[in-house]
Design a protein around this ligand. Sequence first.
Ligand code: DLL
Length: 432
Amino acid sequence: MNFWQPKIETMRKSDLQDLQLRRLKDTVKRAYDNVPFYHQKMKDLGMKPGDVTSLGDAGALPETKKGDLRDNYPFGLFAVPKSEIVRVHASSGTTGKPTVVGYTAKDLETWSAMVARDLTMVGCTKDDVFQNAVNYGFFTGGLGIHYGIERMGAMAVPSGTGSTKRQIEIMIDFGVTALHCTPSYALYLAETAIDMGVADDLSLKIGCFGAEPWSDEARSELEEMLNIKAYDSYGLSEMFGPGVAFECQEQNGLHIWEDHFLVEIVDPEGGLCAPGERGELVLTSLTKEAMPLIRYRTGDVTYTMEDDCPCGRTSVKLHRFLGRADDMLVVRGINVFPSQIEDVLLKMPEIGDYFQVIVDRKRHGLDEIAIKVEMSNSAFTGELSDLARLQKKVESELKSVMKIRSKIELVEKGTLPRTEGKSKKIVDLREI
Ligand code: DLL
């Protein structure tokens, strides 16, 4: 099977919309007939599946929130008998029960074909040796990407996480040409390869990174350190997992697969955002059998880009994610995204790649931001006056972007924790 699928990927908008409407009707009916949660929600709204006659009607359908998955833990949102489920994944939140997702055999096929399509889009072929350096387990990034690699026909190297030096040796010994992991782990791998003095022995060409927000600056660093082209990969367990939206070789926005998902971007009041207007991504699955989700509030902030993509694909593109709506820090009434901080810091040559933001509520109830920042090796002269100057410089650059003052603490390279999965850049000590 060929995973460059021009018939779908370059489909005329009107044909795509016909396909979406057919699939939306199916999905709504499946949910109404088989999932008591949706049956009740639609009943409360006075809706029947037959009321959906155009894509515009989707806006009247009930929303689904992460809490609804928790409330129906573990299998309450499945639309098929348990005997039809061939796999589950789960993601653990910070509180309470994990959220569980299930797949039928057909779901797994749909998902691996979607990932194969993504990998083909960024130029992978069956000749690639593809290392998947993420956690294999409940996290969808492991098995999800793994089966996509195999489906496309490349050689999967399921290294998982951990033993970072060993991972680098494997990359060299096996002639690994493509890598998938989180951007934070990619940075750690790159740093380790450089420290081992073997960065030039790598044969990497392509990096696919996702599962957490990362900035354009981080991309440039990774491309330079690993001598690759680095692509952004977006997904969430509730919508299969990785592969939902992926950059093409233009590296300018992520194509979201509209044959599988209906896309809305909404403002905090739930109103639809115009193209280019920032809001929360809301997705309706169109092909999921085991667990169809209607108008799922992803919590992720982005906007749609309407320009035609030179690659020829017609599916709408999402701007790289600015963070999660609930990751956004509101400090003294000002909205701050960790990605903004990352953008500023990584542009400064004196600063290394790691930082940690600590928000605390001090006397008189005022919030304060302190940022621990690792210096690059070259910036560490040992002169106290140099350090003070650098500290002031970082503070003033951040203030000009964030509009609020932060307290910078410069620390030596290697001080802050490295991570193999999703990094935790924010520590919020406020009791709100
Ligand atoms: O992180 C699936 C995945 C695995 C995506 C590997 C890409 C690569 P969850 O653990 O359910 O699934 O977490 C989903 O991670 O709602 C976003 O907040 C965040 N996220 C995922 N990809 C990106 C990205 C996987 N490229 C949550 N940029 C999502 C920013 C991302 N945030």
